[in-house]
Design a protein. Structure first.
Lengths: 305, 343
């Protein structure tokens, strides 16, 4: 039983990272009907931005001195990485997606794959192909509750992810920009007629989604210790599956899907075989598409001519 | 009356047979010429170009003609490669017992192995296609991507097939090098011709209708799901043949040979040439084989350049080199202005 709870705790922290990334997929899909394949790479760049920001704040000196990295600086690292990723996301939107927005559906999809490949390989050139150890922005402190070992990192991941997702919820429901996003996702042309700046709304969508992915990247680095330029590929795919599982276009769905995928992955690794932890995600994807293609919390939308 | 028409059809049939014999002879002659003159490096590129042509024309059927989007065809290629290598290895001793050792048994083993590879890859395509092709195109992209990964993970863990070190048959020297110019280009010719016939048949027109507007196609009583699954299965089987040819080009196959990059190579082939154009796919396949070899020294920049190429083509000329046109119509347009034709 304790082992099961242990796996569930690990699954929850992994799942909340997936949920953060899945939000970006689901927001962009909701508004543009585009699978933003480059989103996984934005997540990767976010993780590296955090890495370099932490180095710039002299984390090596703190580590050598055996002192903990100040919490203020850790928060600054997080915010800087989120800003960098938001800048990257909006640049991608401006240069690659905006010109093909009105093109047939396949064109933006191929463009997105191209951007994703470009960022992966540019990342290999710029950051180097070898994995890097993520700096200990948080010092790991394990503690035990009833035989289950929990680290402060796992708790932090869960709390930070939850805080960001709550903030997003209030943003989308409470602010004018959030309301504009919902309007554009329902009907872009009608939204434009109501005086909504569609371009600006889409840009905001990319900025927020990318910032959340960067937060996911830093949490992933803290959790998994190692980062590499290809880390966005599989993680991004899993997050996308999470978005599909929850119902693509639905923000609560992305959160639910992320947590479920994280749990499924940890439980498969723990009870079946670690070799199949990556395969289970795709099995889930195929099952969802077969049985409930609109996802758990999605709405069925009749396609019209 | 009936005997006259029978005579005409016999004559036509004889003409076609003579043409086919001629084509086979030409391929054989070219192969002999190439093998006697060109250095091994060039020969390898020529073989890879032929395999690429098969891959590109097969992928074009689903991505170009039907307008669905698969980015996991390396998975089907892997299934075909492993099936062909495995059954080729197991069949060979049995066929030698039947026919005696020699070129005849080798050729029969090879072609049977390729057919089995196509069969297995086609079956895999059917399994993936049935659940996903009911849905919209971009889901298919993700499922094929995921399927490609699953296939690789399975082969990576399949002990009977050598797991991560790969499969190289029962012979310690590795898989027999059956693949040569003659077989590659014979299969390429067969498949290109076959797929061209399919594309320009009534079924092919229905596939194009699905690409243009699925809902309208359905309203015209086109069984969209069935045809999409058919196109996907044929496309996967074609990739399987290419996989079998690829497997018998080197001494062994490894799961890494069929990574996501391979699928992207295929997508680049058909996009460079022009989605929906068979001539474009042929040109794109050759283009990729040659540029990959030329850029071998720049291997780390290769994929960056590829990705940029992909983005730039999409932004500047999304229809690719040929658009959806075929070579004859392009030549006609080049030869003279259109006004002459219409008058």
């Amino acid at each position: 039983m304790t082992e099961f709870i242990q796996q569930v705790i690990n699954g929850l922290s992994l799942g909340s990272i997936y949920a953060l990334i899945a939000l970006g997929y689901t927001m962009v899909y909701g508004i543009l009907r585009l699978i933003n394949f480059a989103h996984g790479e934005v997540f990767m760049v976010g993780a590296y931005a955090g890495y370099y920001a932490a180095s710039a704040f002299g984390i090596d000196a703190y580590e050598r001195g055996g002192r903990a990295f100040p919490l203020v600086l850790a928060v600054a690292v997080l915010l800087l990485a989120m800003a960098a990723a938001a800048a990257l996301g909006t640049t991608i939107e401006l240069l690659a997606y905006r010109p093909v927005r009105k093109a047939p559906r396949l064109t933006p999809l191929i463009t997105a794959i191209g951007v994703s490949l470009f960022l992966q390989n540019a990342g290999m050139l710029v950051f180097g192909p070898n994995p890097r150890r993520y700096p200990p922005i948080l010092k790991e402190v394990p503690f035990e509750i009833g035989g289950v070992i929990v680290t402060n990192i796992k708790v932090t991941i869960f709390v930070v992810a939850l805080a960001l997702m709550t903030a997003l919820r209030f943003f989308v429901l409470g602010t004018w920009t959030g309301r504009a996003m919902r309007a554009v996702s329902i009907h872009p042309d009608a939204a434009r007629l109501m005086g909504i700046d569609v371009d600006r709304t889409i840009r905001a969508c990319f900025a927020i989604g990318s910032a959340l992915a960067a937060a996911g990247g830093i949490l992933f680095g803290l959790d998994q210790i190692m980062i590499n330029p290809l880390m966005g590929v599989l993680t991004g795919l899993k997050a996308f599956v999470a978005a599909v599982l929850g119902g693509i276009g639905s923000i609560p769905g992305a959160v639910l899907g992320g947590v479920l995928i994280g749990l499924a992955e940890q439980l498969t690794a723990g009870y079946l075989s670690p070799d199949y932890r990556d395969a289970i995600t795709f099995v889930i994807l195929i099952l969802v598409l077969m049985l409930k293609p609109e996802g758990l919390l999605g709405v069925v939308k009749q396609e019209k001519v | 009356m009936s005997s006259a028409s029978a005579q005409v059809s016999t004559v036509r049939w004889l003409k076609r047979a003579a043409f086919a014999v001629l084509v086979v002879a030409v391929i054989y002659g070219l192969g002999a010429l190439l093998e006697s003159t060109a250095i091994e490096y060039v020969q390898r590129i020529v073989l890879l170009a032929g395999i690429n042509v098969i891959l590109a024309v097969g992928l074009n059927l689903i991505n170009g003609t039907t307008g669905q989007f698969s980015i996991g065809h390396a998975g089907f290629m892997a299934v075909g490669a492993y099936a062909a290598a495995f059954f080729g290895t197991k069949l060979h001793p049995w066929l030698i017992g039947l026919l005696g050792a020699g070129a005849c048994a080798d050729a029969l083993t090879f072609n049977l192995a390729l057919c089995i590879g196509a069969l297995f890859a086609g079956a895999a395509g059917l399994v993936v296609g049935i659940p996903t092709l009911r849905l919209r195109g971009d889901y298919l992209a993700v499922v094929t991507l995921g399927f490609g990964e699953i296939i690789r993970i399975v082969f990576n863990n399949a002990r009977a097939l050598g797991a991560a070190t790969g499969y190289s048959g029962d012979d310690p020297a590795g898989l027999p090098a059956y693949t040569n110019f003659f077989w590659v280009y014979l299969w390429a010719t067969l498949l290109v011709t076959g797929l061209a016939h399919l594309t320009f048949s009534q079924t092919g027109r229905s596939l194009t209708a699905i690409r243009e507007d699925e809902i309208a196609a359905e309203a015209m009583a086109i069984p969209t799901t069935r045809l999409k699954v058919l196109a996907f299965t044929v496309s996967a089987a074609t990739a399987g043949v290419a996989g079998g040819l690829f497997a018998h080009m080197q001494s062994g196959i490894r799961p890494e040979d069929f990574k996501f990059e391979k699928s992207i190579d295929m997508v680049v082939m058909i996009i460079v040439g022009g989605l929906g154009s068979i001539s474009g796919a042929v040109v794109g396949g050759i283009f990729v084989a040659v540029t990959l070899e030329v850029m071998r020294d720049l291997s780390q920049y290769r994929l960056v350049l590829y990705a940029l190429l992909l983005i730039i083509i999409m932004l500047v000329r999304p229809q690719g080199l040929f658009g959806a046109r075929e070579l004859p119509s392009v030549l006609r347009r080049l030869r003279g202005p259109r006004t002459k034709e219409s008058s």
